[in-house]
Ligand binder design. Sequence first.
Ligand code: NAD
Length: 353
Amino acid sequence: MAKFLLKSDIDEVCQRLAVPAQAFAGKTVLLTGGRGFLGRYFVEIFARLNESVLEQPVTLVALDNLITSGQEGATIPEIENMRFLNHDVTQPFEWVGSLDYVIHAAGIASPYYYRAYPLETLEVAITGTRRMLELAEANSARFVFFSSSEIYGDPDPKHVPMAESYRGNVSCQGPRACYDESKRVGETLCYIYNTTHGTKTNTIRPFNVFGPGMQETDYRVLPNFASRIKGGEPLNVYGSGNQTRTFCYITDAMVGFLLVLLRGVSGEAYNIGNPKPEISMVNLVKKIEVLSSKSVEYNIVEYPDSYPADEPNRRAPDIRKARLQLSFNPQVDLDQGLKRFFDWANTVYTGEQ
Ligand SMILES: NC(=O)c1ccc[n+]([C@@H]2O[C@H](COP(=O)([O-])OP(=O)(O)OC[C@H]3O[C@@H](n4cnc5c(N)ncnc54)[C@H](O)[C@@H]3O)[C@@H](O)[C@H]2O)c1
């Protein structure tokens, strides 16, 4: 068990999936981005399914080039029935043997990193997705692509919460375009392989997933806040502070992702997130203050050079499709999720970014 995750969270996911996860018995899964935040959860969940749920083990092959996986990701665990390969998914990958599922989670997900690596961000979602789709097609494997809620861009308020049918409002230029536009092309590639090659594809659009395992060097909002609280520093809220997000605790998100892989209607995209509450960044700070029972200082600051401005004003998912087609129902509310995350971060973080 990676020291960076909570055993109780992994158990919770495996219990919630005990019945549908039987479909993984004896199967082979290829996971890209296997040393990232979500990738490390997939690894631990498959390991736990093998230990306690499946009669025949699932075999997992995890690829990652470690570009943003940080210190924790670079520590490769030795787990039975699992192999880790240091591989850049934009490069050809030879596979001999059967392959049943491909989870393409490699990506450059944190705004801090896609500001630093714009071309790598484009390539992993375009060339990387194409290579993984070719592999899925050649092996008749089910394919799941990790897209993003960012493909909706800065939404028209009348489309909030966003349903999968909303086409978005995205700029092809600007500091965020490398991420948003490449995820859109990745989705188009899935559409093409599904409609013209018959590959069974699904697209997942996660909405701000958080939880233990997010490293201090991740620089997404919650690890950023937790690190500064630990270091006794005021929080920096970028922009106006009125921009809203919803946050989905990791156990709910992992259940949703795996339900897409197991039950997704071929060719479909699914929002996976927790629709409530849609909260502004300033109110998020106030909530953290109440939950931690101590005063939390914050400053509203300009976007620093290291962080892409031009961020969406609102983001909230409509998850009716995932509820209806996958029986996806988030169970961990924001207060509970924040408590689990901050309790964990308080013991693991150093406060020195
Ligand atoms: N976590 C979220 O809330 C969220 C939200 C929206 C979308 N997503 C998407 O889900 C996926 C996983 O997110 P995450 O939070 O685990 O991100 P992460 O940054 O923690 O992990 C991504 C992993 O992909 C690896 N990677 C990047 N480029 C690669 C390449 N060319 N070849 C091989 N490996 C490569 C990185 O080294 C890293 O370990 C990403 O595609 C991300 O864009 C995540």
